[in-house]
Design a protein around this ligand. Structure first.
Ligand SMILES: *Cc1c(COP(=O)(O)O)cnc(C)c1O
Length: 439
């Protein structure tokens, strides 16, 4: 059985948590709401393995939802943080790590001339949006259904990630005025984008998109007549004086060394970009950056206010820098081959058991949809056999493999996912595929 057994330490912690924390969790998808059961409470993690409070361990395919690209408790990263901690936990004043981290991002990502560090991806997209509105003196923002940009009021409509997991149309508590200024279009629908710009181009401050959507499962942007969707968005937005914000919070420094822009950066330039997850190496960091003239609008030089007591925190920049130090071409080649091998194993097991599935990827990122046809947008993503996924998920968990507890999330590998670790996943797959097949 699952750790739902009420006698486990995790079950006891979960029931205590539910008394004092809403639904017992500090981020919705952790509650296992869509798959049921009790989430294991974790005590430690090392490399590709998680350890829970009941003495069980799991191969981790969540990776803290992206940051743990080198695996958990990776010694050079831990050492850098320990070192930084000994020099002071927070200064609220400039420190060299901020400069080095910004230089690292600027050197990797051509469209980013300047960067500001914040504490989460949510803060990054919220701030980028503010800059875009200030730069254009317009209010309307365009987003795509199934794309998740954090829990920013203006960006929660038809969002992916937890909003998709729990089948919510958006969020209560967002004002009607905010909702009015957000237009949601189907992902990849060029005709809808063109029609909107033809009708309201002069009102639109920015289009925001995930560089490759990965919060409704992985849905890579598609080419039409040799022009990728991101390039189409840049050209359409720019023709109306609007900006393109490319959200690489998830894909940044994961899809490739230069993020998804490194895979798909031909012929277009986003005006602003947002980052998170990998950039903090497991500590709370987000960042937004782009053209110098736009970033120059930020206070204190410019009129756009944005600030943070803990922004550019020395422990966080130390973790980010130590992570970047190992993310060279070799690391990405390893991630790519691990990702490919895992995709093949999953496809083989599901095919053998006769489970309809489609695996989609974007750079080293991938996800598994429990349906036959390719997924091009959010409506497709919702049309999958989530019950088959739930059976698959629990069988994998029972066999010691920790998948994202949602059919709408990417699977995350790390450089610590060695062939031995993949073998453990391979052992778990046939039984889980059989469980998925047994309606
Ligand atoms: C995770 C994510 C965010 C939000 O980042 P948080 O650090 O969770 O606030 C924003 N955009 C994308 C694409 C993400 O995947």
């Amino acid at each position: 059985m699952t750790p739902a057994d009420a006698t486990t330490v995790s079950a006891d912690l979960f029931s205590r948590a539910q008394q004092v924390i809403p639904s017992g969790v500090n981020s919705p998808v952790r509650a296992f709401g869509s798959v049921g059961g009790t989430p294991p409470f974790l005590t430690s993690a090392q490399g590709a393995l998680l350890h829970d409070a009941d003495g069980r361990d799991y191969v981790d395919l969540v990776g803290s939802w992206g940051p743990m690209i080198l695996g958990h408790a990776h010694e050079p990263v831990v050492e850098a943080v320990r070192d930084a901690a000994g020099r002071g936990l927070s200064f609220g004043a400039p420190q060299s790590g901020e400069v080095a981290l910004a230089e690292e991002v600027v050197s990797r990502i051509a469209p980013v001339e300047q960067l500001r560090l914040v504490n989460s991806g949510t803060e990054a997209t919220m701030s980028a949006l503010r800059v875009a509105r200030a730069a254009t003196d317009r209010d309307v923002v365009v987003k795509f259904a199934g794309c998740y940009h954090g829990h920013v009021d203006a960006l929660l409509a038809e969002a992916g990630s937890g909003v998709a997991t729990f089948a919510m149309p958006g969020s209560a508590g967002v004002t009607a005025a905010t909702a009015r200024d957000t237009v949601v279009l189907p992902y990849g629908d060029r005709a809808a984008v063109s029609a909107l710009f033809a009708a309201r181009g002069g009102e639109i401050a920015a289009v925001i998109t995930e560089a490759a959507p990965a919060n409704m499962g992985v849905v890579p942007p598609r080419e039409e007549d040799g022009i990728g969707f991101n390039r189409f968005l840049a050209e359409t937005a720019h023709a109306s004086g609007a900006l393109l914000i490319s959200d690489e919070v998830l894909t940044g420094f994961r899809a490739s060394r230069e993020g998804y822009y490194g895979v798909d950066g031909e012929g277009w330039t986003p005006d602003l970009m947002t980052f998170g997850k990998v950039i903090g190496g497991g500590l709370p960091v987000g960042a937004f950056g782009g053209r110098k003239d736009l970033m120059g609008l930020l206070a204190p030089a410019g009129p756009v206010y944005q600030a943070g007591t803990l922004s550019g925190n020395p422990l966080a920049t130390a973790a980010g820098l130590a992570t970047f130090a190992e993310l060279d071409e070799t690391a990405y080649a390893t991630l790519a081959s691990t990702s490919r091998a895992l995709q093949q194993m999953v496809a083989d097991a599901l095919t053998t058991a006769g489970v309809p599935h489609v695996i989609q990827n974007a750079g080293t990122l991938f996800s598994v949809f429990f349906r036959e046809q390719p997924v091009t947008g959010y409506d497709d993503a919702k049309m999958q056999d989530t019950e088959a996924f739930t059976r698959f998920f629990h069988a994998m968990l029972d066999a010691g493999v920790y998948l994202p507890p949602s059919a709408f999330e990417a699977w995350f590998v790390s450089t610590a996912h060695t062939p031995e670790v993949l073998d453990r996943i391979a052992d778990a797959l046939p039984g889980a595929a059989k469980a998925a097949a047994s309606a």
